[in-house]
Write a protein that binds this ligand. Structure first.
Ligand code: SF4
Length: 357
């Protein structure tokens, strides 16, 4: 976060300001406190949003429960049950409807899991599930049924992961994922960075994280300094689905991260009644650009069990994409992709299908 600087004031005034600043600083919870103090109770969430009247229709899931940081709740519009941020986190009874084609492991990740904690789907990249924890539970998450118990690597497995990578010289990039890799302590995260940087074949370390969007204080100076000091190219892919997620504090935190020389990209998921309009997509790209984050991927929904109500027809996605191409400069148009199980790369969606020209 930016350093507070107090200069050019009479000493008396300076002291007053320091007192004010330190009092304010004391009342701001650390990112760890914010992570520990997330909202998990639907009644509380609806009360905060002045929506208590709707609680009669609430659905309480048994497994993947409500989880949302307070700083993310503050970005939601009070009194609006259709708020696009609220829709992403509030459990919905439609999750219980079994829909053909929507399955627990839509990407067949178990088939690319040679050792615990490591997924190897693409030739030059491996993904490490460094934690099963997230600050937020997104109702559309394709890993909501993932077996993290079996797949969060312990310290002892670090060596096995290093050996695996060394035995596959084509691998030059490691993706830290999860869960959310920024939900672990700096000590643990830096341990992972040290271990990967020790492998000469690794040139890029990528972090896929929603923490900068949901708890922007996570982008603290200690983290950014360590990432900037890496001998590897660091790429941070944030996950933001809607412009309202990038309020002033988030925008400033992302700009600060960019000032450390990190490459910041965004991937979004196309979600019904959240961001499946031209206005929503344009606003997201423009807001990301203002935060010095480049739009990277716009994903079609992975067909995970419980999320069918977020899906839109592929042809609707294609029509929306053509509109985006018309209205935005090319550098603000993310790639429209879908994950096809066992395919060796993210599949670009064929935007010419169903069109005469
Ligand atoms: S932050 Fe990412 S991994 Fe975590 S629940 Fe949301 S989509 Fe899933």
């Amino acid at each position: 976060m930016p350093q507070l600087m107090i200069n050019h004031l009479p000493p008396q005034k300076n002291l007053q300001m320091i007192a004010t600043v330190s009092e304010e600083a004391d009342t701001t919870p650390s990112w760890q406190q914010q992570l520990a103090d997330v909202v998990t109770d639907s009644d509380e969430l609806l009360q905060m949003l002045e929506l208590s009247a709707v609680k009669a229709s609430l659905y309480l899931p048994k497994g993947f429960g409500l989880r949302v940081p307070r700083s993310f709740v503050r970005k939601m519009q009070k009194g609006n049950i259709n708020d696009p941020l609220l829709r992403q986190v509030l459990p919905n009874v439609q999750e219980t409807t079994a829909v053909s084609g929507y399955v627990p492991d839509p990407l067949l990740e178990h088939a690319h899991n040679p050792i615990s904690g490591l997924l190897h789907k693409y030739q030059s990249r491996v993904l490490l599930t460094v934690t099963g924890a997230c600050a937020i539970h997104c109702r559309y998450c394709f890993r909501q049924h993932f077996d993290y118990q079996a797949n969060v690597p312990k310290q002892a497995q670090l060596l096995a992961i290093q050996h695996y990578i060394t035995a596959h010289p084509d691998i030059n990039e490691v993706i830290l994922s999860g869960g959310d890799p920024l939900s672990v302590s700096n000590r643990r995260l830096f341990g992972w960075l040290d271990a990967l940087e020790a492998l000469p074949q690794i040139s890029t370390i990528r972090l896929h994280t929603r923490l900068p969007v949901v708890i922007p204080d996570r982008l603290e100076a200690a983290l950014l300094t360590r990432l900037a000091a890496s001998r590897c190219q660091i790429v941070m892919v944030i996950h933001s689905n809607h412009a309202n997620e990038i309020d002033t504090q988030t925008l400033q935190a992302l700009r600060e991260a960019s000032s450390y020389g990190l490459l910041l990209l965004n991937q979004a998921v196309l979600l019904k009644a959240v961001n499946n309009t031209l206005a929503a997509q344009m606003a997201l790209s423009q807001r990301l650009f203002a935060a010095q984050v480049m739009p990277y991927y716009l994903h079609l929904l992975d067909k995970v069990a419980g999320a069918a109500h977020f899906d839109i027809h592929q042809q609707e996605a294609i029509e929306l994409y053509w509109q985006l191409l018309k209205h935005l400069p090319g550098y603000l148009v993310p790639k429209l992709v879908q994950e096809v199980p066992s395919h060796p790369f993210k599949m670009p969606v064929d935007i010419f299908q169903g069109r005469s020209s």
